[in-house]
Design a protein around this ligand. Sequence first.
Ligand SMILES: *Cc1c(COP(=O)(O)O)cnc(C)c1O
Length: 396
Amino acid sequence: MPGFELFGDKERKEVTDVLSTGVLMRYGFDGARNGHYKALEFEKTLCDITGSAHSHLCSSGTAALSTAMAACGIGSKDEVIVPPFTFVATFEAVLQAGAVPVFGEIDDTLCLNPDRLDAVLTPKTKAVVPVHMCGAMARIDEIKKFCDRNGLILLEDACQSLGATFQGKHLGCFGKAGCFSFDAVKTVTCGEGGAVITDDQTVYDICHQYADHGHDHLGGPDRGADDHPILGTNYRISELNAAVGLAQLRKLDQILTIQRRNKQILKHAMKNLPGITFRHLPDPSGDSATFLSFMLPTEDKARRAAENLAANNVPCPYWYDNNWHYFKKWHHLKQMAGAAPMPAQLCGNLPDYTRVNLPESDAVMKRTLSMQIMLSWTDPDLEKRVAAIEKALTNI
Ligand SMILES: *Cc1c(COP(=O)(O)O)cnc(C)c1O
C-alpha cells in the first residue's frame, strides 16, 4: 500500500504552490492564498472517487476515527465492537471517545465475522467498527444488515483500503461514516493525514467543527466571527500535507492498476502450490490488492513457510506474532485497561482483557501470512519473486 513509491514532480508542484504563498492553513487568508485550497480540493477529489457526498480531511487516520466517533455520538461507556486484527489505532480511538472496545471474532476474510457479532452484542452496544484489513473488504453487506437489525451505528475503518469496493460501492460508504488514513505507508500518503467520508450532512458538519475547535466555519473570511456550536479539538491538516496528498490521490487509479497486476502474477504462481489457500474475498474484483494474504494448513507449516520465505528474500508478515496488529500481543491494552491515561470515565470500567478469548480468530491468524505488494517491482523482480516463492513453499 505504498503511495510513497510514486513520489515525484507532481507532489513537488502541489507543495510549491503552497510554499509560494506561505499560507499553510486550510482556513482563512483568502486574499493571500492565490486561489490555493489544497485540503478543500483533496476533499472534493475524495468525494468524486468514493461517491460519498461529503469528506473531511484530518491530521491522521486516528484523528479521523476520533472525529467520526464524536460525530456519530459514540461516547461514555458505550460499547463498540471491533476486530482483534487491526492496527492499534482502532481501539485507541474507541478509548479516546470514552467508549469500551469489545472484540468480535474474525473469519477467513481476516475481518469481523458477521455471524459472530451476536455473541458480543449487549444492551450497551452502540456501534460496530469493521476494519477492512490489508486492502480488501469485510463481509460488509452482512455486517450492515446486522447493524440495521439491531439499531447500531456502522462506522467503517477503511484506513488500509482506499480504492477498494464491494459490488461496485467504495468501502467507507456503507455505514454512517467511513475513515481513511494517508500516513506515510498507506496507499496514498499526505505524510500524515486521514479523512472521514459520510453522506450525512449533520455528521459532516460535526466532523469539520469537531476537528477545528468547534468552529462552524460560517463567519466568512474572519475566523474570529465563526460561532462554536460544539466543543472540539485540533485535528486539522496543514496545506502542505494536503498538497502532497492531492498529487497522490490523483495517482490512485495508476496505483491500483499496478498493484492489481503485480498481485495477480504472484497469486497465479501460488495457486497450484500444495496446501496454500487464500484469504476469502467477498468480491475479488473490488480488492485494492495492497497485500496477498494466504493460509497454510497448520500453524507449524505457517511458521516454517515464513522462515523459508524470509530466507529466500521474500519476507512476509506473520501477523499472529505481531505487536501492533493482533490482539494477542496487545499487552499494553491488557495491562493498562482501566488505568490512566484512559479518559476518566473508563477508569475501572473496562473489561479484563486478559480473559478475552478469541479461538476462531487465533485459528485463522496462526495460519495466515501476507505479502505486501510493491509498485516498484519490475518484471524481472516479479519473476525472481515467483521463483523464490516456489522454492520456499514447496515441500513445507
Ligand atoms: C493506519 C491505520 C490507522 C491509523 O491511521 P494513522 O493515519 O496512522 O493515524 C487506523 N486503522 C488502520 C486499520 C490503519 O491501518
